[in-house]
Design a protein around this ligand. Sequence first.
Ligand code: ADP
Length: 218
Amino acid sequence: MKKQFAVIGLGRFGGSICRALSQQGMEVLAIDLDEDRVNEFASIATHAVIADTTDETVLKNLGIRNFDHVIVAIGDNLQASILTTLMLKELGVKHITVKAQNDYHEKVLNKIGADKVVHPERDMGLRIAHNIVSNSVLDYLELSDEHSIVELMANSKMGGKTLAELDVRAKYGANIVAIKQGEDIIVSPMASQQINKGDILIVIGSDKDINRLERHIL
Ligand code: ADP
């Protein structure tokens, strides 16, 4: 059976999730207070309904507990976002993802049991900042407060060298866990692996070490 998703709040974030899930052939219920937004998604989602999700009866009538995954993408109204999440949790929804507006909001969402809290503006800002500092940084993923994974494009200085010659682990404390060479991906590369200019290196390490690596060898 197809997985069933519900997206609450059809702003830029919720709307884009709703579109992407629908394009992937998923069953999606799109929900918003705003009639115009709901009309916009009527032809995109499987169903689109006007509803205020801070009303428990409304959530029950929508049969929200039967959905596999509910995404709460209510924007600035923190109270509505928190209340909706709390009720989804109480109704026994299996998986809840919520968009947080700020750190305080994120803390509350984690406390009330949101399964995943996302912070799209902050995360995208972080990625773009790393890309601005070094053009070689293609992507950046925070693993924890102190550790990250970064995708770096090998430059001409690195091209032609082996991993042993680059010696990133000893010099920077970071580990190259995979290398993308065109269509191929080499997982756990050996020290003798040669790097070519344009290869994409996937590096894991502490933020301190990764920042040093970004600044120095690139
Ligand atoms: P974004 O930053 O993702 O663009 P917006 O603030 O534009 O976010 O969108 C949030 C959406 O959530 C709006 O369309 C708004 O109508 C909807 N929304 C706000 N409160 C509720 C609620 N209680 N129930 C359902 N939808 C809501």
